[in-house]
Design a protein around this ligand. Structure first.
Ligand SMILES: [Zn+2]
Length: 556
């Protein structure tokens, strides 16, 4: 087979059929208009908004046939010039021809069913999410429905609760957030699928070739355009998310500022994402069989660099200043935790982030590795939380630091990525064999082209959605460990570590309007941290020093 972006020739049984491809025609896609065998034109096609007719040599006489298509563009009948039906075609749900009549030679049959199925599925799931009746009086999950937990047994007194008005808001908000999350994931997948099924990805690649001469520049333009398209496609849902957050007074960021942030995201994605995608695409083309292993190897340093560079990019979005500048007494108390934990977090590595301009939420985090590693506290937390609770949060973050959670997560990610890439390469290969002809992919090395790489991106996005609960389970384990560490770290530094932790969790939950009783399934699938309820319940009962015991991380 030969290609110039579109298929131009096919050899079967020693006969070479050449295709004359019309890049611009009323159907909006490149289309085959003429087939030539051994220099003789054997068949011609006429297009309107879709394929109208073929005209082919039958017993040396030009014989026209007219296509009758159904709503999805699949060919159902052929008629002759007297408008009599000569051929009929029936398909099963997967687009395989199950019944046909007539003997007219014809290469155009089924189209678009799989796409329609996917869209119907998306729509159905969306509707299920949207029309599920709101149930503000939802009772707390019965203890029989609660997951068996070694850390927090179901208790009659819940350690985290909200006043009635906030409870109703929190329940509605969590439903909206879950719906938006599901819709966003499905929509992201649908966009990539649509790009392939409509052959826009193939057309985009052809367009870059018509515009630029050098292959790497064509590729760069292709992936830049792909990033812009997918970003614009997800913008409406992101905007709904921001509107919801503003409505519930969690975000206080104005729209101009929000749009500015979206443009920065896009700029960074173009600057770093497009060259990386081009590089990976190149790897596939030079090693079509083992590319997944090479991409895995190449992504390891890239992941390290991105973690290292994250704190250097953050100032593009938020203002940071040394915590000691405005909160010297707090820093002095934090130093006590530092001394107890043995971490070497110097005051210069403690930062205050001006989050209050954008959010009413409370947060703190550790970020970076090596020389960029640091502790960041939102100013909303220092403004609204008692120092004891800031100490507990700092203890939790120190736990991430001391227990090497960032390197451990990176190692886990690297190990997981190996199998994810292997699986995705297999799945993408199958997709290419199944749909490649329809999507305009090369038959011999279908994934090597730019549009072929979109198939791989689709597989990776799908893996991201499917594996979200696995990644979250991993993360919840570390967060729970950090909770234990944090509570032990403030032992002896605050009057009552249990009360302090429970109070901090209540403040946290109230600030983010977190549902006090999320379903175990939602917690399993969506939560990167254990729910505030789980965390508060655990904290309330955790006192390793009672009855002369010792802590898991601290002797005393
Ligand atoms: Zn944490």
């Amino acid at each position: 087979m030969l290609y110039d972006g579109n298929r131009v020739a096919k050899t079967a049984n020693g006969l070479t059929t050449r295709y004359l491809v019309d890049e611009r025609n009323p159907s909006g896609l490149p289309q085959v208009v003429e087939e030539t065998v051994n220099g003789v034109v054997t068949r011609q096609y006429t297009y309107g908004l879709q394929l109208i007719s073929e005209n082919q040599l039958v017993n040396n006489a030009w014989t026209p046939s007219f296509y009758v298509q159904d709503g999805s563009g699949s060919v159902r009948q052929l008629t002759n010039s007297a408008q009599a039906v000569t051929d009929t075609y029936d398909y099963d749900a997967f687009g395989n021809k199950v019944n046909s009549t007539g003997t007219t030679a014809n290469n155009y049959l089924y189209r678009g069913g799989a796409l329609r199925k996917l869209l119907m599925l998306c729509l159905a799931l969306l509707l299920v999410g949207l029309i599920a009746p709101p149930c503000p009086a939802e009772p707390a999950p019965a203890s029989t429905a609660a997951p068996s937990s070694t850390t927090a047994s179901p208790t009659s007194t819940q350690a985290y609760s909200l006043p009635p008005d906030k409870l109703a808001k929190a329940i509605t908000l969590s439903r909206i957030d879950i719906t938006l999350d599901i819709a966003g994931s499905l929509w992201g997948l649908a966009v990539l699928w649509l790009l392939l099924a409509t052959r826009w990805a193939a057309a985009l690649s052809a367009w870059t070739e018509s515009l630029l001469r050098r292959r790497w520049m064509q590729g760069l333009l292709f992936f830049a355009a792909l990033i812009v398209i997918t970003t614009l496609a997800s913008l409406p849902l992101d905007a709904i998310g921001h509107a919801v957050s503003r409505h519930y007074e969690i975000s206080v960021q104005n729209w101009a500022d929000w749009l500015g942030e979206q443009s920065k995201n896009l700029g960074l994605a173009l600057l770093f994402g497009a060259p990386v995608l081009l590089f990976f695409n190149w790897i596939v083309s030079v090693s079509p069989r083992r590319y997944w292993a090479w991409i895995w190897l190449a992504s390891l340093p890239l992941i390290l660099i991105s973690v290292f560079a994250a704190p250097l990019i953050d100032p593009l979005y938020n203002k940071f200043e040394p915590l000691a500048k405005t909160h010297p007494t707090l820093v002095t108390r934090l130093e006590q935790v530092v001394a107890r934990t043995g971490t070497k977090i110097a005051p210069e590595r403690m930062f205050l982030m001006k989050a209050s301009e954008k959010s009413n939420g409370l947060n703190a985090y550790v970020t970076g590795i090596g020389s960029t590693k640091r502790f960041v506290l939102w100013d909303t937390a220092t403004d609204r939380l008692p120092d004891d609770e800031v100490l507990f949060i700092f203890g939790h973050e120190s736990g991430h630091y001391v227990l090497n959670h960032i390197p451990k997560e990176l190692t886990g990610m690297a190990a997981g990525l190996f199998f994810v890439l292997l699986g995705c390469a297999t799945f993408a290969g199958w997709l290419a064999r199944r749909f490649g002809a329809r999507w305009g992919l090369d038959e011999a090395t279908p994934l090597s082209s730019r549009q072929g790489f979109v198939v791989l991106l689709f597989a990776l996005s799908l893996a991201g959605v499917v594996l979200q609960p696995a990644a979250n389970t991993f993360s919840r384990h570390f967060e729970h460990e950090a909770d234990i560490y944090g509570q032990e770290a403030i032992h002896g530094l605050v009057a009552d570590p249990q009360k302090t932790a429970v109070s901090a969790f209540n403040h946290l939950g109230e600030a983010w309007l977190e549902d006090p009783n999320p379903s175990p399934f939602v917690e399993f699938w969506e939560y990167s941290h254990p729910s505030v309820q789980t965390r508060a319940n655990f904290a309330m009962h955790y006192d390793p020093w009672a009855n002369g015991g010792r802590g898991r991380f601290f002797g005393k």
